[in-house]
Design a protein around this ligand. Structure first.
Ligand SMILES: [Zn+2]
Length: 408
């Protein structure tokens, strides 16, 4: 059960994407160069999509005073999942369990007018969760999380459109990443005291999310006991190859934190009004997203995400300079390319070793003389030798378009 064929932990080790070490600590994975390349491409993608959708990016510190989490409600409702506070000069600071309070405080850093709304604040930032060591493993249960978070501060009238737009971003990202949602879930409160109490607020938020889901045409199911402590949410569930589900993306409507942090904007009437916060994560945590991508593609990432996009394969030592020239041209275009020279084995062995690389460019004596390369695609196709600059153009175009088709 633990070592399924496409288990991301096994592939992560084999492909040298990430690892853990008892000396660093359980649930604290590190990223090796190939894993870091995938993560970097993913983060750049998210920032690009968010910029185009009108989000502005910020940075906020990974620590905050305990008092801030008392105000937000995390301290009362979420303390068991938080790291213990650190005493510092008579104050207590904690590793943050979410980015929301920082963003709320940043929104109120000056007066806001209604024309600034919706104000879309995004951050790919770290947060920490005190998971018990017994449940840690790979990238799916970690104590340090890089969250793709954003908060839209808006009027009540704008909530529907903003939540629907966020759901649209999620669906588009899944298409670009080549992953599928297993289920859309409307997560509602359950029994027990872990939720903030204001029945009117919950009903309103729930009605808004229901409307967004109904208008989207998506099938969804309500799930009791899965809401955040401050409000209901839309959860996008993905399944691993063994069928185990987890939440990757969310959209939440929140009336609670704007109240707690006394957020306001000046309306057209000149009076102060309370904004609503829409929390949303397109790919959720980078760790969980990469774990899912590894399993969904069994390590054969779309070209734009692949750690190594092209491998240059000189047939003999004579063609090494021509192969290096191809690698240099790729690097110049921002592509990730590498040389696999004859010292690393026969041509057949080197091709097998590079089976997950989207483009394997073979350069024999004839190709070297004419500055050509003969590409072999990961899917087995062999389009025939072509001039090196043309090959680089084609690979760069596929990567830039984030197409899943290797040869257009
Ligand atoms: Zn949030």
């Amino acid at each position: 059960m633990t070592d399924h064929l496409t288990d991301h932990r096994r592939l992560g080790r084999e492909l040298e994407l990430f690892g853990t070490d008892p000396l660093i600590g359980a649930g604290l994975p590190y990223w090796l160069p190939d894993g870091a390349a995938v993560r970097h491409s993913l983060e750049e993608y998210v920032r690009d999509v968010e910029r185009k959708a009108g989000y502005r990016h910020v940075y906020s510190p990974v620590l905050g005073k305990r008092e801030m989490y008392e105000i937000s409600g995390h301290w009362a409702h979420y303390r068991d999942d938080m790291f213990p506070p650190m005493d510092l000069g008579g104050e207590q600071v904690v590793l943050r369990p979410s980015l929301c309070p920082h963003h709320a405080v940043m929104f109120r850093s000056r007066a806001r007018g209604y024309r600034e709304l919706p104000y879309r604040m995004a951050e790919l930032g770290p947060m920490y969760r005190a998971e018990l060591s017994g449940v840690l493993g790979g990238l799916t249960r970690v104590r340090a999380i890089q969250l793709n978070d954003a908060h839209v501060f808006c009027t009540l009238d704008q909530v529907g459109e903003e939540a629907a737009a966020a759901l649209g971003l999620i669906r588009r990202a899944y298409a670009d990443l080549g992953i599928e949602a297993a289920r859309f879930r409307l997560s509602l409160p359950g029994g027990g005291g872990k939720y903030v109490a204001d029945p009117g607020m919950w009903r309103r938020a729930e009605a808004m999310l229901t409307e967004v889901l109904d208008a989207s045409g998506l099938e969804y199911e309500p799930a009791e006991g899965e809401a955040a402590f401050y409000g209901p949410k839309i959860d996008v569930q993905v399944a691993d190859p063994a069928g185990r589900e987890s939440t990757l993306s969310t959209v939440q409507v929140d009336f609670h934190q704007p109240e707690r942090f006394d957020l306001s904007y000046i309306g057209p009437d000149g009076a102060r009004h309370r904004p609503v916060m829409v929390h949303r994560a397109i790919i959720g945590s980078v760790e969980r997203a990469v774990a899912h991508l590894i399993e969904a593609h069994a390590g054969a990432f779309p070209a734009w995400l692949a750690p190594l996009q092209l491998v240059a394969l000189p047939v003999t030592d004579q063609e090494v300079p021509a192969a290096l020239e191809l690698v240099r041209r790729c690097a110049e275009r921002g592509l990730r390319a590498d040389l696999a020279d004859p010292s690393r084995g026969t041509l057949g062995a080197r091709i097998r070793e590079a089976r997950l690389v989207p483009y394997q460019a073979v350069i024999g004596p004839r190709e070297a003389v004419d500055s050509l390369a003969a590409p072999r695609l990961r899917d087995g196709r062999r389009p025939g030798a072509l001039p090196v600059p043309e090959l680089v153009d084609r690979v760069a175009a596929v990567a830039a378009s984030r197409s899943h088709e290797l040869w257009a």
